[in-house]
Write a protein that binds this ligand. Structure first.
Ligand code: ADP
Length: 261
């Protein structure tokens, strides 16, 4: 059974912008999917619809066999705990320590009072430490997040998502603010999580070469529509044109150089 089913999903902002125009695809458990497309294509909107940070204008999204399209209140919070979000700008609380930020990933499992008082069980703390160790951050555990590099902050973001014990990670441009070597560490970490923990990964990427390198399946989006859905090695130059429009020329040149290297 598919883990995620996106069926004819549309999203309109106001009366002007149709950000998603009847998008349909499904994702099997354990897949690593790269979503590519030019700026403004609707990639971020799509991820935000899936974890229901925003409402859909039309269509249906099912996660683990259950429609999440109209979830509210406690049921919506439960849905969100099962999906870890990774953001371009990390969304950490900078004045708090690394471990406190990671433990925030457990808030979805708590009532308001426990959350406000920061009440975490010994088991939760041990798990947070173990996960920080697995992403190579154990020595920075008590540092404030504003003392970390971008790449380290993103690893905190990943650790916070993992303590949720999610079934799926949604990563919205996770490497857009990073230098190439930090970007590689983050993409390697995501691939490792996918392969060793079996967690399904959907990652929005502006960089087509990175997507082709890491993803086993590419979904190409242009103006809110899926224009490619298939394996990376079947993506032709003309399909890159279809996805990227006028931005494509430079990208195709980059890809040729990569293949020639
Ligand atoms: P991408 O992630 O591919 O860059 P987005 O999903 O951010 O694309 O945006 C898709 C379209 O929706 C764009 O035209 C963008 O301007 C518009 N958009 C995104 N968020 C909002 C919002 N909160 N309000 C109004 N328009 C938005």
């Amino acid at each position: 059974m598919a883990l995620l089913e996106v069926e004819s999903v549309s999203k309109r902002y106001g009366t002007e912008t149709l950000a998603l125009d009847s998008i349909t695809f499904s994702v099997q458990p354990g897949e690593f999917v790269g979503i590519i497309g030019p700026s403004g294509a609707g990639k971020s909107t799509l991820l935000r619809c899936i974890n229901r940070l925003i409402d859909l204008s039309g269509g249906d999204i099912r996660f683990d066999g259950v429609s999440v399209t109209n979830l509210r209140g406690a049921a919506l919070r439960r849905h969100r705990t099962r999906i870890g979000m990774i953001f371009q700008h990390y969304n950490l609380v900078n004045r708090l320590s690394v471990i406190e930020n990671v433990l925030h990933g457990r808030l979805g499992y708590k009532n308001t009072l426990q959350g406000v008082l920061g009440l975490y069980s010994e088991e939760e703390k041990r798990e947070a430490v173990r996960i920080l160790d697995s992403v190579g951050l154990s020595e920075h555990m008590y540092k404030r997040c504003d003392q970390l590099s971008g790449g380290q902050k993103q690893r905190v973001g990943i650790a916070r998502a993992l303590v949720q014990q999610p079934k799926m990670l949604l990563c919205d441009e996770p490497i857009a603010s990073l230098d190439p070597s930090s970007a590689k560490v983050i993409m390697d970490t995501l691939r490792d999580i996918n392969q060793t923990m079996g967690i399904t990964v959907l990652v929005n990427l502006h960089q087509v070469d990175v997507a082709l390198h890491y993803a086993e399946r590419i979904i190409g989006i242009n103006r809110g529509r899926v224009v490619y859905d298939g394996p990376p090695d079947a993506l032709s130059n003309s399909q890159v044109y279809q996805i990227y429009g006028s931005e494509a020329g430079e990208l195709i040149l980059d890809l040729r150089e990569r293949h020639a290297a």
